[in-house]
Design a protein around this ligand. Structure first.
Ligand SMILES: [Zn+2]
Ligand SMILES: [Zn+2]
Ligand SMILES: [Zn+2]
Ligand SMILES: [Zn+2]
Ligand SMILES: [Zn+2]
Ligand SMILES: [Zn+2]
Ligand SMILES: [Zn+2]
Length: 1856
């Protein structure tokens, strides 16, 4: 009923048949390429015009706003004049129209030469001058009061009737809806009982309304809680009776004036003149009149109309040239035309406007196409049209407000037999889109809410149905914008449908319209549909009638009247004519000799069939519900068949077998035409099943009509189809091509078989009851051409001359014959044939499907036949027969058959395809073998036949049958026979099995009629069977043979002994599946316990370690730790050493753990040879690389308001603290020789460059960006990362040789003095140099030489310190750099350059000084990312790192360490490090403040660059004491950051875990309290320096805050130094249980810091000075206080999440249903898409929101691509809300769709809402997406997805 969203969405999605079997049609819908998608958009646009109305409403007058005081005096006069006329009885519409004639052009005429995109009218003036007088006169007083009064007469509404806009969510109830078109709006749904039922959600495509309160729409729960109130109030009298007649009359007058006016103007077309009385006349020139009016007459517009033939691009191109506008404006015009149906593109003189028109027509008609529709019109006509359109909106609002208005409206439009309705229907296709939709909506609001009006409307609609459909066929607009689309609103209501059938002859009207189209397509009285002909589209359009037919028949009548019978039968008779035209259509003749030259058309016929297949069951249901109708229907059907009469006239011949001679119809399927379309025959099957109910049968005297076919004639067409299919299986039709294969596929397929295969089997079963069994089998055998096969002497006399091919064919044909016989006797799961209910039928289908394999809900549901309401009925029975196994991880949940139902398995189930049959057989045999049972699948016991069909069992005991099984068994037993096969034996054994089952049943019923064993004695069946035992030809089926013989004996005993034996139950008790579940959860618990215990152990150990430490040396922490002291402690506590040893790894500083250098070899994936990268002696083999991907990233951004907008000017000296951008490096970890890689890469490049351009779109990698796929794993790469030797291996080997002299130690304060000295003596001006300036020595800082610094240091510190400082930089370990072969150096430069270009997204510039800095930034950023990913997964630092992550990071860090040596001008490094030191140590207004640094990036760059700071010294980092000092300084800077941004106790940072832990350690440790006190004092100090007000601090809270917040920093440092120095990490860092606080201490130790306290690390006074300098910066206070882009990072531990999504998917869809397109005012977006990174809603895949990008390129990109560029630095992750799909985008031209995180109750996704089950957010799925995003895996995911489904038509991802 209602109104349908579902309907309207359903219509265009008519089931489409794929062209070949392999293609899934839904696949095609998903893709759209350059050629397709503009049309696609344009067409979709048409569906959506309901949304336009929102726009029109904007400018429409509000209903209740009338300001009388301000009323214009002339308006007051006017109303008074009208009032006077009215009182005198002289008022007429003409008075109003004359006023409009003068006023309307003045207000609504577009101005000449105005900007046509922004035509704005003075709506306020219009309200005052046009609408106010109308309302005042109509109300005869204050309109507001009157409206209020009329409204109060309304009963509270008991009908919702909310009209849906495009994209609104709608809800159907599968339990209570009368049909799937009955839907509720979101509000009603939430307040109704249906929200607890099995509901279905979908999104409306506009049109249709909420059905809440419609009794004919819902079986139960008709009202929601809101509308039930309206229902409680007793319906009072007609509200019109309460309104003063004066008012009624006035309203009448006004409506009667508006409607004709709107009608005349909106249907105005060129050539028609505007109504005379509205024309501008010569007299208007008089100055006394409105002088401007006459001028308006000379202004014209060029109006461009929408059509379905031209694409967006064509329209845009034409506009750009014809009116010389910008592309942007042209797009805006095109969008507006698409939305509204027309648009003014020029407003000027007649001459100019015509010129534009001609230009456009000429351009678009080039090449013989249809030109665009363009009109030149006078502006004042446009003005009237504008006003008319606004009047309709005004009227719509009034009608919605009160019932009384609706009644008057309905009165007017229905008078004179509905002449206005009639008129609009007739002129529908003459109007443009908006105008049409406005009228349709007016009809809905004005007439469809009221029963009586609706009926009247339905009658008028029906009367003009034929004309309307014919217009619709010629029209090129979508069905949704045709008035014909209102049919669904009327015909789905049963009372109206039944009324129309009985009183308006609606069925006949519909069918006649349809038939008149069909008659044009007849050839030899058969429908001949041509696929490629030009009028296909008209035939497709006419098929909408069949949907209307289906709606009309949706509910069968409860009671029949004569007129209803007449109406139905009239339609039915026409339907028979249609079916008669289809009977035997698309006939096929077996092709012999050559192959078919062309594939004959078949799709159109199947498409028609699918639509009729929805109607026919309803027709049968109607006919079967009344005896008279059934008899008449059956007679008419028999007559139709008789009229066709082909079989009756055919020649007969006699066939003999045994003692039976049968007169058979002569026909040869292998040479004469055969068709698969037999709807008339199939209708017989459908109706016959219902005869018995009324005591009728085929032979009843009621059905004696001339030409009625005999049973053989009746079954003949169907039998031929069966034989043809059998011959196809036997390979006889091989030359007939795919058309035939496809037809047979669909004949069998679940989408078609209900009205094809199923009916055919039914009809043959019916024939079997009407024909003697022996004769029946002979008829069949004759048609199969097996008569000679059945002869005893076949092998001897007939086979001789035949070739082998023929032999094989006969063998298969016999198999097929036996299969058909088996199907006829054993398939009884159809109500009416077997003693079963509808539910048993579904159960049977499910059992058979699940015997193939366990299936997910959606797969199973899809494999089941749908009823007319698209329901399979599966839920009702599924729990009885199957268990649902919940989804785990990536696998979907699925249904598994309950064990007891396996005995129902029928191997030869007629719905099985051959693949399904063999798959299920293999599965079932394996299952039985595993259970130790016999390996065979004997026939199950079928349900008994119903009475009319009992005769069929006789087949199983008749002579011919016995003869056949004897023939097969005998030939089987002879060794040399060729005409027999294992499959024949298997089928014969099954048939015997069925016979035995049947005998058993008859025996139990004490019915002697069926006695197979007795009859079988004639052929000695038992001994025949027993003779086969052990025969080698029967070995495959020996178990089945054994079963058959056993069964035979059992039945024999039954009949001889008459002993009541209970049937052996084969049911196996359902095994304890529950216990499996129990063990699973126990296992889970066990693991959790282990984890908890482990955690507790670590905590305890840590506490004890701390205590011991403090006890042993309380004064130790007063001083900076030195090597000897630490060793002392370790030696003095031997117990601790053994406890600590595995943890006692130190990566940096003087105590660095030494290790033996490792030899690392890699195998090249291209040439498979091994090579050493890092030999023990520092030697290397041939250079090797890893494929790597550098991507720009914003994933870690802590400030989404900042973007890297100008990469050209970016200074990458260090990463910003908010990490708002970065360059991420990843690798798949596959090693290649540099040479092998180069060759591979060059090959890829040449190959792709040679590809024609149009195919390049499809690539999953972008060669323009030097991308390629890893040759082994197809991971996306854009560069190669060199594998370099370890930085410490040389150092270690050197130290080993020279261990006697350890490096001298230098204190941190002396070291800092050294650095200050460098700064003091630096030269240059410190300004950043221009990129293109190749000179390096100017404009930068240059460091002094090392001796200069050393000399100075002696004076400020001591000679020892100066010496130590020099040695830091100048010792062999740090300065020994392996000499790289030239190829390695080249690869190194290339990689560094790739980091620069890809990381910044800038053009190549090999000499840029930013290159080395970018490499260090990227190393820091990549480590940050890995740290967060690990933390996000709750993992300790190195836990479960994959080999590729390790390899990648190790290679990257080593590379970064060697970067200084591959830089051509070392001064670049020197200068950068001086600048960085200056930032760190000196500060100043021109450098970033402490809160703006990423301290880790600072550490990485300094530690890798500082060794090379001095001229002529090439150094590298080795984890020396200098690194430890650097760490101390950077760590301190980070602590200062943390303290400055500390926000006290209430901070949301607080984590419960941490505070819990804290309480534990409180009691046992005083170290923490000392740390806490220290932190509190520094905090106060820092805040004071920064001029921040003091805050109250709780010391323990502060301590845990600091520990928690600096852990990420320490973890990054841990990763960095681990991969730099390769010192093995303590086991705890790889533990499966992550205990953050314990890891904190562990990292302190690993990094060579004070072991369990913070304070000692920072005790040097030199460090306090640094703190002072950092905090004194005046900007610090502002940064702490600021917010957004002005503030600094406040939360240092937060891991970026994707946006929070609501749990219930429908909530999400509700929120976006109102999302307007940001580019067009008030329009809803068609594809609202949410950025999951920042939550922004975008209007995707639409011209309206395309942006030129890059600017000036003239390339337009969609909203998502554009947004991704800024928000995600080119990578994006989006949720397309309406389709429930995740969209991934990367690098402009690549993208893919992946599964959404919303799942239904069966754990399945529903992309595109195809199934509509309720969906809920699945946390696991969503976190999987989050991890993908966080770990930068999106580009790779896209590459993999694109690579694995390359399609013919590529999606242009950049347009999304
Ligand atoms: Zn509603
Ligand atoms: Zn409601
Ligand atoms: Zn319900
Ligand atoms: Zn190689
Ligand atoms: Zn790979
Ligand atoms: Zn938009
Ligand atoms: Zn975003």
């Amino acid at each position: 009923m209602g109104r349908g969203t579902t309907r309207i969405t359903k219509l265009p999605q008519t089931p489409r048949i794929p062209i070949s079997i392999q293609t899934d049609p839904s696949e095609l819908d998903l893709r759209f390429g350059q050629h397709y998608w503009p049309i696609f958009l344009l067409k979709r646009g048409l569906n959506v015009c309901w949304e336009i109305l929102a726009d029109v409403q904007h400018g429409s007058p509000s209903l209740l706003r009338v300001d009388h005081d301000m009323m214009d005096p002339t308006v007051a006069d006017l109303v008074e004049r009208w009032d006077t006329l009215y009182k005198e009885g002289r008022f007429s519409a003409l008075n109003v129209r004359e006023y409009w004639r003068l006023k309307v052009p003045e207000i609504y005429s577009p101005q000449p030469n105005c900007n046509c995109l922004r035509i704005i009218f003075d709506e306020e003036l219009a309200q005052k001058m046009l609408f106010d007088p109308l309302e005042r006169f109509m109300c005869g007083g204050d309109p507001a009061q009157i409206y209020q009064m009329v409204k109060q007469l309304d009963n509270p509404p008991s009908l919702c009737g909310r009209v849906f806009k495009n994209g609104d969510p709608t809800y159907g109830c599968r339990d209570c809806g009368m049909d799937p078109t009955c839907v509720l709006c979101a509000d009603c749904f939430k307040n109704s009982a249906h929200s607890k039922h099995r509901y279905k959600i979908s999104t409306s495509s506009g049109g249709g309304y909420c059905d809440c309160g419609d009794r004919e729409a819902w079986k139960t729960d008709v009202f929601c809680d809101i509308h039930v109130k309206g229902q409680m109030v007793q319906h009072s009298q007609n509200p019109l009776e309460k309104i003063p007649t004066d008012l009624t009359e006035r309203i009448h007058l006004i409506f009667d004036c508006i409607l004709p006016y709107a009608k005349e103007l909106l249907t105005y077309e060129e050539g028609f003149s505007i109504p005379k009385d509205l024309e501008i006349r010569e007299s208007d020139r008089e100055p006394t009149n409105l002088s401007s009016l006459y001028d308006i007459k000379d202004t014209y517009v060029t109006m461009l109309y929408n059509d379905e033939t031209h694409t967006y691009d064509q329209v845009i191109n034409t506009l750009e040239r014809a009116i010389e506008c910008s592309q942007k404006d042209a797009v805006a015009f095109a969008t507006s035309i698409d939305r509204e149906g027309r648009c003014i593109v020029r407003c000027s003189s007649f001459q100019q406007c015509s010129q534009t028109k001609n230009l456009m027509e000429k351009q678009t008609s080039r090449g013989g196409g249809r030109p665009l529709k363009v009109q030149v019109m006078q502006t004042y006509i446009i003005a009237h049209q504008m006003f008319a359109s606004r009047l309709l909106t005004w009227l719509h609002n009034i009608l919605e407000s009160a019932q009384a208005f609706r009644l008057i409206f309905s009165d007017i439009v229905n008078k004179d037999g509905g002449s206005i309705v009639e008129n609009i229907i007739w002129t529908d296709t003459k109007m443009w889109k908006t105008a049409r939709v406005q009228w349709h909506r007016l009809f809905i609001s004005g007439m469809l809410m009221d029963q009586e009006s609706k009926k009247m409307f339905a009658r008028t609609f029906t009367k003009h149905y034929s004309k309307m459909m014919k217009d619709f066929i010629l029209d090129d607009h979508d069905h949704a914008v045709s008035v014909a689309s209102l049919g669904v609103q009327l015909f789905t209501m049963p009372t109206i449908a039944h009324m129309l059938v009985s009183e308006e002859d609606v069925l006949a009207r519909l069918l006649n319209t349809f038939l008149s189209e069909c008659e044009k397509k007849l050839r030899d009285n058969k429908l001949a549909l041509e696929h490629r002909s030009s009028n296909t589209s008209s035939f497709r359009r006419i098929q909408y009638i069949l949907y209307d037919l289906k709606y009309l028949l949706g509910v069968k009548p409860e009671a029949w009247t004569d007129s209803l019978r007449r109406g139905f039968l009239h339609g039915y008779n026409l339907l028979l004519r249609l079916l008669g035209m289809m009977q035997g259509m698309d006939p096929m003749v077996r092709q012999v000799g050559t192959h078919m030259e062309y594939e004959p058309e078949w799709e159109s016929a199947f498409n028609l069939h699918i639509k009729l297949a929805a109607v026919i069951p309803l027709v049968i249901e109607w006919a079967a519900s009344d005896r008279i109708v059934l008899i008449k229907s059956y007679r008419l059907l028999m007559k139709s068949l008789g009229d066709l009469g082909t079989e009756a006239t055919r020649r007969r011949y006699v066939r003999e077998l045994l003692d039976y001679s049968v007169s058979c119809i002569e026909y040869d399927v292998s040479s004469a035409p055969v068709s698969i379309h037999l709807p008339l025959s199939r209708l017989v099957a459908g109706l016959t099943l219902h005869l018995d109910k009324y005591g009728l049968n085929y032979n009843s005297p009621e059905f004696l009509v001339k030409g009625k076919p005999s049973p053989e004639e009746l079954m003949e067409p169907v039998l031929r189809t069966q034989v043809m299919i059998a011959q196809v299986h036997a390979g006889m039709w091989r030359r007939n091509g795919f058309s035939l294969i496809n037809q047979i596929y669909f004949y069998h397929n679940v989408r078609c078989r209900q009205e094809m295969l199923d009916r055919d089997v039914m009809l043959l079963q019916i024939a079997a009851t009407l024909i003697d069994s022996n004769e029946f089998l002979v008829h069949l055998m004759n048609r199969f051409n097996l008569m000679s096969w059945a002869r005893e002497d076949y092998e001897i006399n007939y086979l001789k001359g035949n070739d082998e091919d023929n032999m094989r064919q006969t063998v298969v044909l016999v198999e097929e014959y036996l299969q058909l016989v088996m199907t006829l006797v054993a398939e009884r799961y159809t109500p009416g044939i077997g003693h079963i209910e509808e539910e048993d039928k579904i159960k049977k289908e499910i059992i058979q499907l699940l015997c193939i394999e366990p299936m997910p809900h959606s797969v199973l549901n899809k494999a089941l036949p749908e009823g007319t309401n698209h329901e399979t009925g599966m839920e009702k029975v599924i729990d009885e027969v199957a268990d649902f196994k919940k989804s785990s991880g990536a696998t979907k949940g699925y249904f598994e058959l309950k064990k007891s139902y396996y005995s129902h398995y029928n191997l030869f189930f007629y719905h099985y395809t051959r693949e399904e049959q063999s798959k299920s057989e293999v599965g079932q045999r394996a299952r039985k073998k595993a259970a130790g049972e016999e390996e065979c699948c004997p026939p199950p016991v079928p349900p008994p036949f119903t009475v009319p069909f009992t005769m069929i069992v006789n087949i199983l005991q008749c002579d011919v049958f016995l003869h056949i099984i004897k023939t097969v068994l005998k030939r089987m037993s002879e060794t040399k026979t060729q005409s027999v096969s294992e499959s024949q034996l298997q089928k014969v054994l099954h048939l015997i099995g069925y016979a035995l089952h049947e005998e058993e049943r008859y025996h139990h019923n004490n019915d002697p009629y069926f006695h197979f064993t007795r009859r079988a004695q004639k052929i000695n069946l038992l001994s025949l069977l027993e003779g086969l035992v052990g025969h080698n030809r029967t070995s495959t089926h020996k178990d089945l043979l054994a079963w058959t013989i056993r069964k035979y004996h059992a039945v024999l005993i039954l009949s001889t002994d008459s002993a009541k034996q209970s049937q052996a139950s084969e049911a196996v008790l359902a095994s304890t599946s529950t216990s499996e579940l129990a063990t699973a959860s126990a296992e889970k618990k066990r693991r959790a316990d282990i984890a908890a215990q482990r955690k507790a152990r670590i905590m305890a150990k840590m506490a004890s370690m701390q205590q011991n430490f403090i006890k042993t040396n309380e004064t130790f922490f007063q001083e900076t730790p030195s090597t000897e002291q630490t060793l002392d402690i370790l030696e003095s506590t031997p117990m601790e050493i053994s406890e600590q040893l595995p943890e006692d790894m130190i990566a940096i500083g003087p105590r660095q753990t030494l290790r033996a250098p490792q030899e690392i070899t890699y195998t090249c994936i291209l040439c498979h040879q091994e090579d050493v990268v890092c030999g023990g002696d520092g030697s290397t083999g041939r250079p090797m690389v890893l494929g790597a991907l550098i991507q720009r990233s914003t994933v870690l951004s802590r400030n989404r308001t900042r973007h890297l907008d100008q990469p050209e000017n970016h200074d990458p000296l260090l990463l910003p603290a908010d990490l708002h951008w970065g360059a991420h490096t990843s690798s798949c970890g596959h090693a290649m020789h540099a040479q092998c890689w180069q060759k591979y890469f060059d090959d890829v490049l040449t190959k792709e460059r040679r590809r024609p351009y149009r195919f390049r779109q499809n690539l999953s990698f972008d060669i323009e960006k030097l991308e390629y796929l890893c040759p082994l794993c197809e991971a996306l790469c854009n560069t190669a990362l060199p594998l370099l030797p370890s930085v410490t291996s040389t150092a270690a080997s050197l130290q080993n040789q020279d261990s006697a002299s350890p490096l001298p130690s230098i204190s941190i304060s002396d070291w800092l003095k050294g650095l200050h000295t460098i700064l003091k003596y630096k030269s240059g001006d410190g300004k950043e140099e221009e990129e293109d300036n190749s000179s390096c020595s100017e404009g930068t800082w240059m460091p002094p030489s090392l001796p200069t610094v050393a000399v100075e240091l002696i004076s400020v510190t001591s000679p020892q310190s100066a010496e130590a400082f020099s040695v830091l930089f100048n010792n062999p370990a740090a300065t020994t750099i392996p000499t790289f072969v030239s190829h390695t150096s080249e690869m190194m430069s290339n990689f560094a350059h790739a980091v620069y270009t890809n990381g910044l997204g800038v053009n190549p510039n090999a000499s840029s000084r930013r290159i080395p800095l970018m490499v260090w930034d990227s190393a820091a950023y990549t480590i940050h990312t890995l740290e967060e990913t690990q933390r996000n997964a709750n993992r300790a630092l190195l836990t479960s790192l994959s080999a590729r992550q390790r390899d990648c990071l190790a290679a990257l860090v080593k590379f970064a360490a060697y970067v200084p040596s591959c830089v051509k001008k070392k001064q670049v490094i020197e200068s950068a490090i001086v600048r960085l030191l200056s930032i760190l140590l000196e500060g100043g207004e021109t450098t970033p403040a402490v809160l703006e640094w990423d301290t880790f990036s600072m550490l990485v760059t300094l530690s890798l660059g500082l060794p090379s700071i001095f001229p002529n010294i090439q150094g590298k980092a080795t984890g020396s004491q200098q690194d430890l000092h650097l760490l101390q300084v950077c760590f301190l800077a980070h602590l200062v950051q943390l303290l400055l941004t500390y926000e006290g106790r209430n901070s949301s940072l607080e984590m419960e875990v941490v505070s819990d832990m804290n309480e534990q350690s409180d009691e046992s440790s005083c170290s923490s309290s000392s740390d806490a006190a220290w932190l509190v004092s520094i905090l106060a100090h820092c805040r004071e320096l920064a001029n921040l007000p003091p805050i109250t601090v709780e010391d323990q809270h502060l301590l845990s805050y600091v520990k928690e917040s600096c852990l990420p920093f320490l973890r990054c440092c841990g990763l960095f130094f681990h991969f730099l120095t390769e010192v093995p990490a303590p086991e705890e860092l790889q533990s499966s249980v992550w205990v953050p606080e314990s890891e904190f201490y562990c990292l302190l130790r690993y990094l060579g810091l004070a072991m369990n306290q913070l304070r000692p690390t920072f005790s040097s006074p030199a460090l306090s000075e640094l703190v002072n300098r950092w905090c004194c910066d005046s900007r610090v206070g502002a940064l702490v206080g600021g917010a957004g882009s002005k503030g600094c990072v406040k939360s240092w531990v937060r891991i970026n999440q994707l946006v929070r999504l609501p749990h219930d998917y429908s909530e999400l869809i509700n929120t976006v249903s109102q999302f307007p397109c940001p580019a067009s005012s008030g329009d809803d977006s068609r594809t609202p898409t949410m950025c999951l990174v920042c939550g922004k809603m975008l209007c995707s895949q639409s011209y309206c929101c395309q942006t030129e990008f890059p600017e000036g390129s003239r390339q337009m990109v969609g909203a998502c691509t554009y947004h991704a560029h800024h928000c995600g630095a080119g990578t994006g992750i989006f949720l397309r809300v309406r389709e429930c799909k995740i969209l991934l985008l990367s690098g402009r031209i690549k993208g893919c769709f992946v599964n959404p995180p919303y799942l239904d109750e069966y754990g399945e996704t529903d992309q595109g809402l195809k199934r509509g089950n309720p969906l809920h957010l699945d946390a696991t799925q969503y976190s999987r997406l989050h991890t993908m995003w966080l770990s930068h895996a999106i580009p790779d995911t896209i590459a993999h997805t694109m690579e694995s489904n390359s399609s013919v038509v590529a999606t242009e991802w950049q347009h999304l």
